[in-house]
Design a protein around this ligand. Structure first.
Ligand code: ACM
Ligand code: ZN
Length: 489
């Protein structure tokens, strides 16, 4: 029987429930207080029909999803059974970058369908970056009139384009995506990435950079020195205004406040930033970034929201712990491991193997499947327990089409979903491969084209070739520097 993620417990019983092919059996659904674990559910199939009981609405929804998957395995009948299921993690995320390349609402909805089918439940929507700001913000209209359009695209790989490239989502479109996700029990977590990755913001409002120079949204991949000035009070004013409007649109628990890859070059040369640092009695610029994260998180707290930030934001060691969750993608300082070891919430979004924008040769399906989020190097058992879940991003510098995105994400996101639901209690890779094959056919029917099986786990010698090929074909000098963590202009 092919199910993904695998339910915790299935007891098959003697007998079959028959019903007309292409129709549904009789289903009774109810919330039951006997189920205490959030999102848990159980299914009973016997001569009386199908009973789905959930701990909550989401549990019932997941019971229905599992029933749908069961029905794909049988035609016009279902074996009598008792099934109990609950997730290991309540945070099971996928991220889409719509900044480097823009994806339409319909394309985003298809990706959501694919992820929802495997019970992923957090859609982190990366909506602001150097190459384009993608959220309509009424109080700062130039964020989209200026910040959403770059003059050309020069990401390399033979896909250079001298035409302007733009796009953004209106508030109505974003609300439509939120509603679409809600029907699928998915929370949308928008990201406003700052103080780094803000070239598009500074193109719109150059007075908010340390130099005040006119710039344009970036046309290449990279890490860029011009970042939001921390010493200018107008910067936080913009941040709060954006957060206000995000909170209106996005009804979930979390807002992502970015914080990755923010070089401090400009801050170190800026009188306003240096003054701010002294005024606050901080000892370095990483702490100044921590201050910005604290201000944003406190502002969100007043609005009843929690903040998520990338691990770089806590490097200064001064981030308040009470309202921030850290997403660990790559952390040479180990600050995020210590963060989790102190019992603070961490999302495992590790570059290796969860960055699915990298080729299968670099991050093969098996490595994604085998990943153990509670066993990251240096995590204690308290740290392991502080891991609230997993997330896999698709960054889109080199993802120029929807087909390329679906190829890279599927079936790797099935493996992420399996880990998010079962953690280490998985049923083995051989079984997973068969299940992934089965569901890849289903995905095709949903308009999603996954990678063909021969690409999932290519031989080690081809892996090296594919990896080298990816870097030599894809990356400009600045992007290679980015990969090794150095800023470029
Ligand atoms: C990241 O990959 N810069 C979060
Ligand atoms: Zn400054």
């Amino acid at each position: 029987m092919y199910l993904c993620p695998q339910p915790k417990n299935i007891e098959l019983k003697k007998g079959m429930l028959y019903f007309p092919v292409k129709s549904m059996p009789e289903i009774v659904k109810k919330i039951t207080p006997e189920l205490s674990q959030k999102e848990s559910y159980r299914i009973n199939i016997d001569e009386n029909g199908v009973l789905i009981e959930g701990a909550d609405d989401t549990g019932i929804y997941y019971g229905e999803l599992t029933l749908k998957q069961l029905m794909l395995n049988y035609r016009g009948c279902l074996p009598y059974m008792y099934l109990y299921d609950e997730p290991e993690f309540l945070y099971r995320g996928f991220m889409i970058d719509s900044c480097r390349h823009f994806f339409t609402v319909d394309e985003i909805k298809k990706m959501i369908d694919g992820a929802a089918y495997f019970k992923l439940n957090k859609f982190h929507f990366h909506l602001s970056d150097d190459q384009g700001f993608r959220i309509e913000i009424k109080s700062y209209p130039k964020l989209t009139t200026v910040g959403s359009v770059r003059p050309s695209s020069n990401f390399g790989r033979g896909e250079n384009d001298n035409n302007p490239y733009g796009g953004y989502y209106t508030k109505e479109e974003l609300k439509e995506i939120v509603a679409y996700c809600k029907e699928r029990h998915i929370e949308v977590i928008p990201e406003f990435d700052f103080p780094g990755h803000t070239t598009a913001v500074l193109a719109a409002y150059p007075e908010l950079s340390c130099t005040g120079e006119e710039i344009q949204p970036k046309t290449t991949a990279g890490i860029f020195k011009d970042i939001l000035c921390a010493g200018n009070p107008e910067s936080l004013k913009l941040v709060f205004a954006v957060l206000d409007e995000l909170c209106e649109i996005f009804t979930g628990e979390y807002i992502h406040i970015g914080g990755d890859e923010a070089p401090k070059t400009r801050w170190c040369e800026c009188d306003k930033c240096k003054e701010k640092l002294n005024e606050l009695g901080l000892v370095n610029m990483d702490q100044l970034q921590g201050y910005l994260a604290n201000e944003a998180a406190a502002y969100l707290k007043k609005k009843g929201k929690k903040a998520i930030c990338w691990n770089e934001a806590i490097k200064g060691g001064n981030v308040e712990k009470d309202n921030i969750t850290v997403a660990l993608w790559r952390d040479k300082t180990k600050a995020s491991i210590e963060w989790a070891n102190g019992g603070n919430p961490l999302i495992a979004e590790c570059f290796t193997p969860y960055y699915v924008d990298y080729p299968y040769g670099m991050h093969p399906l098996k490595s994604v499947y085998m990943f153990e989020p509670r066993k990251l190097r240096g995590l204690t058992s308290l740290g392991g327990a502080a891991v609230i879940g997993v997330e896999s991003p698709i960054w889109t510098e080199y993802v120029t089409s929807f087909e390329k995105m679906t190829y890279l994400c599927f079936p790797r996101w099935l493996a992420v979903a399996e880990t998010g639901w079962n953690n280490v209690n998985k049923k083995g890779y051989a079984k997973f491969i068969k299940t992934a094959e089965f569901f890849c056919d289903i995905l095709k029917g949903m308009g999603i084209t996954p990678a063909p099986k021969e690409d999932w786990d290519i031989l080690p010698q081809s892996r090296l070739k594919e990896t080298v090929g990816f870097f030599s074909n894809t990356l400009s000098k600045s992007a290679v520097k980015q990969f090794f963590g150095k800023a470029d202009k």
